[in-house]
Design a protein around this ligand. Sequence first.
Ligand SMILES: *[C@@H]1O[C@H](CO)[C@@H](O)[C@H](O)[C@H]1NC(C)=O
Ligand SMILES: *[C@@H]1O[C@H](CO)[C@@H](O)[C@H](O)[C@H]1NC(C)=O
Ligand SMILES: *[C@@H]1O[C@H](CO)[C@@H](O)[C@H](O)[C@H]1NC(C)=O
Ligand SMILES: *[C@@H]1O[C@H](CO)[C@@H](O)[C@H](O)[C@H]1NC(C)=O
Ligand SMILES: *[C@@H]1O[C@H](CO)[C@@H](O)[C@H](O)[C@H]1NC(C)=O
Ligand SMILES: *[C@@H]1O[C@H](CO)[C@@H](O)[C@H](O)[C@H]1NC(C)=O
Length: 436
Amino acid sequence: MASSSAWLVLLMGIGLSGALDLNLQNSSSKLLTVLNTSAPVQELLYHIDVWRNEAAAVAQDNPTSSNLESVIRSEVGGDWERGRLVLQLANQARTLELKQAIYTALWKELQQTKQIYDPLKILEFYDQLAVHTDVPLQLMDHIYRAFISRSAQLLEAPFHTASRLATFPLVNSLVNRLTFSTLDYLRDILEVLYDAVLALETPLSVVQRLGNLTASLRQLAQANLQLLSREELKRGNPEVQKALQSNIRNLLSQPGFEKEVAKSLQSEIYAHLPKDEQLLYTARKVCIRNVTEENSYIYECPQTYLICSNARDPKKAAYFIQRGHSNDSRPQFAFYSAFWRSRYILMEPATAIASNATNSITKNVYSRPNINWWRVVYGNGGIAFYDAATENSVLCGGDPLHWDGEEHHVYTRHASEFSAHQAECTWSLEDCSDAA
Ligand SMILES: *[C@@H]1O[C@H](CO)[C@@H](O)[C@H](O)[C@H]1NC(C)=O
Ligand SMILES: *[C@@H]1O[C@H](CO)[C@@H](O)[C@H](O)[C@H]1NC(C)=O
Ligand SMILES: *[C@@H]1O[C@H](CO)[C@@H](O)[C@H](O)[C@H]1NC(C)=O
Ligand SMILES: *[C@@H]1O[C@H](CO)[C@@H](O)[C@H](O)[C@H]1NC(C)=O
Ligand SMILES: *[C@@H]1O[C@H](CO)[C@@H](O)[C@H](O)[C@H]1NC(C)=O
Ligand SMILES: *[C@@H]1O[C@H](CO)[C@@H](O)[C@H](O)[C@H]1NC(C)=O
């Protein structure tokens, strides 16, 4: 009876604070009722103690808050919905001490429950706390770090599997949830994640698993850049470099890349590509030249509308780059010249290339007003241009047998002949953005 009269005293003595727009009416909780008031902490504690019929625990350092904490925790009792209500009531509490006791108690209670294994639950709590202005920074920081390390732990799963086909729904939903948060969260998670996985797995395997991660393009851009900057990957293993470039090219091949990824991240990504490839994304205009011959650039022939190898003249050789995607979403490029009246470098479909020819050239590369897409392939210290429509032809030049006086025509070969004629079919790009 003592306790119920004490409650009466409490409730009547301090009066109820202003209307709370909370759906707590049917809760029978005494604690919620107490927290719903603006009573001073000592008074609250006194009445709580009476209610619980306990002698006040007189701990040395911080009896007040530890007492409050334990009361609040026993109230929440692992029921996270109740925790949510208690957190809302924190707004109502008059003293900072009481508020902070609520925050701390809820965090401790969250850790006791299995919820702590789910980074999304921690993030939710963190976000809820973040709208309160009076949560101690230290506590916020602690919760944030717990969120980061639990997230990293979850994200490790795909990096420790031997299969590139396995799926990870929990990882996907975490990553998906993170698309609604600043990239900083992801960056912090990746730092912890890479520490762990690079200690246990080979760099090659880590790069490959990252290549299979399902995430938004900006997340993948961030993740690849962060991996690229790791010391563990700077030991020059060519396999690893190849795998990293393959990841990056996959990113670039996504039609949304230029739209979704911040410009600053884009330039960081481009910076990791070989020079020729970089220019395709960063230069306004390029000149295409023979990879070994310093003075051999392609543009319209002196007499005809064919394309020739000509002497260096940036004005004539500068081509604007147009980027596109074929319907299987791979990148393709078109080159048009303002100097040559907005004409493109165009390959006409080759008529009847003998199916098993081993040494066939076709002079079918023109300066024409229609757009024409080229597929660019990197290697041999330069790049090769295949016609994007069929990928059956590759752009070559430099063999005087196929010239005609002043007209040093370029030509195409069947794609299968590329390896036998690499010098003839490998080109280099120069940045000609500044050419008039
Ligand atoms: C309170 O009771 C009403 C009606 O009985 C019910 O719809 C509501 O969900 C209850 N609220 C809580 C928090 O239990
Ligand atoms: C909290 O206070 C409001 C307004 O005084 C009251 O309507 C509500 O029932 C109280 N909630 C609890 C859980 O006591
Ligand atoms: C993983 O990546 C490899 C290489 O890009 C690819 O061949 C494979 O299909 C991918 N697996 C899945 C499940 O996406
Ligand atoms: C791309 O589209 C063309 C016609 O628009 C079609 O013939 C071709 O099969 C498509 N290719 C793919 C990979 O979908
Ligand atoms: C194709 O190659 C085979 C063997 O290399 C040869 O016998 C045949 O005559 C060739 N056909 C043509 C159309 O050149
Ligand atoms: C580049 O120049 C060399 C030497 O003249 C020649 O053999 C080669 O075919 C040329 N390649 C191209 C792509 O023009």
